[in-house]
Design a protein around this ligand. Sequence first.
Ligand code: NAP
Length: 245
Amino acid sequence: MNANFTLVTGASGGFGSAISAELAKRGWNIILHYNKSASEAKTLGEAIRSLGVEAELVSADLSTREGPDKLSDEVRSMGVRLSGVVNNAGIGRPGNASNIRDEDWDAVLNVNLRSPVLLVRKLLPVMAKPSSVVNVASVSGIRASLTRIAYEASKAGLIHATRSMAVALAPDVRVNAIAPGWVKTNINSERLSDQNVVNGIIERTPLKRLGRPEEIAKLTAFLLSDDSSFITGETVVIDGGVSLT
Ligand SMILES: NC(=O)c1ccc[n+]([C@@H]2O[C@H](COP(=O)([O-])OP(=O)(O)OC[C@H]3O[C@@H](n4cnc5c(N)ncnc54)[C@H](OP(=O)(O)O)[C@@H]3O)[C@@H](O)[C@H]2O)c1
């Protein structure tokens, strides 16, 4: 088998690109997964290779039943060994318990919960021992606003799945989650384009600002690395304290 790689799903997005760049800076080879943003993924791949590490690209729509199979088959066909997996791809759709649409429920649960669990199971044969998984959850999975049922339920499920995975896959694979608060990326750019909404969040946040993708990236790198070698099944909240208020 070739060198060790870390797979980052949703590498084309705000968190995924910052995470991939941070890992590359640390000398890690990356497999960059994307869905629709092919040109962003290609540009990121070039930037990463210029740092002297390897970058491979793979696309898959993880909202479909076949998505995790397609992605895991392609990664396995690369003949690489995985020392890390970052389940970062995620989507949100509006809808509460009285009006959520079937297709929105299915898409959100498929991308945010079904794919992370099935992807890791399908990739186990090529995962190094030891290796580390980071699931990108959300503070919405801990303290829900009760307005976006699919997103909130998927992230709560991912936090609990993280604990199940940690127990089942130990001692070879550590599995942890992160629960970010507000960071401006494509997923929330519409809501955060309203300065009143941003001001309200900052007001409620003890550290008095939104988060930065680089901060999410550094925490992810810590949980992937040997620096966190005795941590598994945990969910680390990174939200400037907003979920305390
Ligand atoms: N930003 C925040 O404030 C915040 C807070 C808490 C948690 N999170 C979580 O952080 C993760 C990353 O989000 P982000 O903020 O970086 O948002 P983003 O910029 O919108 O990135 C989302 C990523 O998910 C990928 N994706 C979307 N639909 C997909 C599908 N059907 N199949 C496969 N991949 C798909 C996108 O790929 P393409 O662009 O290539 O389609 C993109 O790379 C998500 O899990 C999100 O729930 C974000």
